[in-house]
Design a protein around this ligand. Structure first.
Ligand code: IFM
Length: 539
């Protein structure tokens, strides 16, 4: 047991006696720091939002039905070799034809919220022609939203979950600032048709992902790679498009519908590889600014990118022979439009990584890129539990650190955790996912109760197995299993769906579920009392 300081020990003792804290651990062989990793019993705030998430291209299918236009993901999956087994979202979970079943699943888990996304090209096939709006597209989302409302499930709607209409990509996509006006047209169509029933809007989901991987290294659609500049040009336009949509909602819809508009940003936690090494501490902080600060600093703080990004990218651009920084600058007018354009702070958090400084051998010929600009060397601790795909490790305490950091950095905003989950082998009895959700939500509870972080909701990624981008159908993130070989894409609840339903029903962790037995508790009380006596009274 790590040595506890006097006052922490008293807190620990009180929590133990009152039955709020158990000396049980969700991952006992790896994370067993009594103070940090013990299960905390308690409840989430009364109006806490409990949900699950999905996105249009990943679940809908019906890629060419109802007048839907082609999106970059149709084009990418049909033409690229980047996708596992050449899978695609042509049918996916066929949610386009399974609305009733999907809503039954949400009801089965007793959820209060469902985060879904709208397919831009299903509504406006060519991305921008207002006179070509697809009526079947509007009808589909009306049916889905109406039925959610009828089931008392509040929709959280994402406008853009990576699926740009292909017609706009042909003109440069997010690299072309003409895409901003098309996005605004699309956002207005969505607000006009659905805002009467949708109180939460997410303009963009995880722009880091599609800017760095879509317009940088090319592993996601549209797969056009200019790793040195593409990500920054994309992000610049996305931030401005977000602000445009926000102001338009403010000016024309807020008074009538009183909804909230925000965006969803990636924030896996970066921990210094060696917390005692100052360059690792700096590397981790720089990585946080490059990942989250890139978008959050302009939108939540001052309309501009973090200083560390401006400095590093400029320095490296000049060294690489560019005349100016590869990071675009916002004009004063743009900055004013960008500041404070989010009503909540949406984050996706899946894992934690270790950060250290990237070493460049002198003779290294470097391709400019986001990770090179950030000077970032990522690694993991080999002891951290693996997920099925090995790509992410399970590090529950990372989410609490991430939440604490947001609170401090951005003046305690209302945080909505819009994506958190894990891929498993696909088994119906998915205890690994149960453990992951239990441990991560428990850390969220600690952040709320002990650190005063204002977390307002949590949605699991994902409602069901779906098309996982470049991994095709090989990653299984679903609380429900989907049988992709059956015509009706049959859905079956996993153990995690049952566990999540209980968590939602109890709105937290009841001490009756306390795994700690009375005799264990007594033993712990005796040991703690002896320890307390020696530390405080007779040191
Ligand atoms: O599948 C994605 C989703 O579209 C965005 N958040 C992460 C998920 C899992 O990788």
């Amino acid at each position: 047991m790590r040595k506890l300081e006097g006052c922490s020990l008293i807190t620990f003792y009180i929590l133990l006696v009152t039955g709020k804290l158990s000396a049980e651990f969700v991952y006992p062989n790896v994370f067993n720091d009594t103070k940090r990793d013990s299960v905390l019993f308690g409840q989430f705030p009364e109006d806490f939002m409990w949900g699950v998430a999905s996105s249009a291209y990943q679940v809908e299918g019906a890629w060419n039905e109802g007048g839907r236009g082609e999106s970059i993901w149709d084009s990418f999956t049909h033409n690229s070799d980047e996708i596992y087994r050449h899978d695609n979202g042509d049918i996916a979970c066929d949610s386009y034809h399974n609305v009733d079943r999907d809503i039954r699943m949400l009801k089965e888990m007793g959820l209060t919220h469902y985060r879904l996304s709208i397919s831009w090209s299903r509504l406006i096939p060519d991305g921008r022609s207002i006179n070509k709006i697809s009526i079947p597209g509007i009808n589909y989302y009306n049916y889905l939203i109406d039925n959610l409302v009828e089931a008392n499930i509040i929709p959280i709607v994402t406008l853009y979950n990576w699926d740009l209409p292909q017609a706009l990509e042909k003109e440069g996509g997010w690299i072309n600032n003409a895409t901003l006006s098309a996005f605004l047209t699309y956002a207005v169509v969505c607000f006009q048709n659905f805002a009467d029933r949708v109180p939460y809007w997410i303009t963009f989901n995880e722009p880091y992902m599609f800017c760095v991987h879509g317009y940088g290294n090319g592993s996601l659609a549209p797969g056009t790679g200019d790793p040195g500049s593409g990500p920054y040009q994309c992000a610049n336009n996305v931030i401005r498009a977000h602000a445009l949509a926000y102001h338009t909602y403010d000016d024309h819809f807020r008074r009538r519908f009183n909804g909230k508009v925000g965006l969803n940003l990636n924030f896996d936690w970066y921990e210094p590889k060696n917390v005692l090494n100052i360059s690792d501490v700096t590397a981790a902080e720089t990585a946080r600014q490059f990942l989250l600060g890139w978008f959050a600093h302009p939108i939540f703080l001052n309309g501009d990118y973090p200083d560390v990004m401006k400095t590093l990218i400029r320095e490296q651009s000049l060294q690489q022979g560019y005349n100016i920084s590869r990071l675009p600058e916002f004009t004063t007018e743009q900055k004013d439009r960008i500041i404070k354009t989010s009503d909540f702070f949406g984050i996706s958090h899946y894992t934690t990584k270790l950060a250290s400084v990237l070493m460049h051998p002198d003779d290294d010929i470097v391709t400019p890129s986001w990770s090179h600009d950030a000077n970032l060397q990522e690694s993991v601790n080999a002891s951290w539990p693996k997920t099925n795909s090995l790509s992410n490790r399970v590090v529950p305490w990372g989410i609490r650190k991430a939440l604490q950091w947001i609170k401090k950095e951005y003046n305690n905003p209302a945080i909505l955790i819009t994506g958190n989950g894990v891929d498993t082998s696909g088994a119906i009895d998915d205890q690994d996912r149960v453990n992951y959700i239990k441990a991560y939500t428990n850390e969220v509870l600690k952040a709320i109760e002990d650190d005063g972080v204002n977390v307002v909701g949590y949605t699991v990624w994902s409602l069901m197995d779906s098309f996982e981008w470049d991994f095709g159908y090989s990653l299984k993130y679903g609380l429900y299993r989907v049988d992709f070989s059956s015509d009706d894409r049959a859905r079956t609840p996993r153990s995690s769906a049952q566990f999540y339903a209980q968590l939602v029903e109890e709105n937290g962790f009841k001490s009756s579920a306390c795994l700690i037995t009375s005799s264990k508790k007594l033993t712990l009380l005796i040991i703690t009392s002896i320890y307390l006596y020696h530390v405080l009274i007779d040191p």
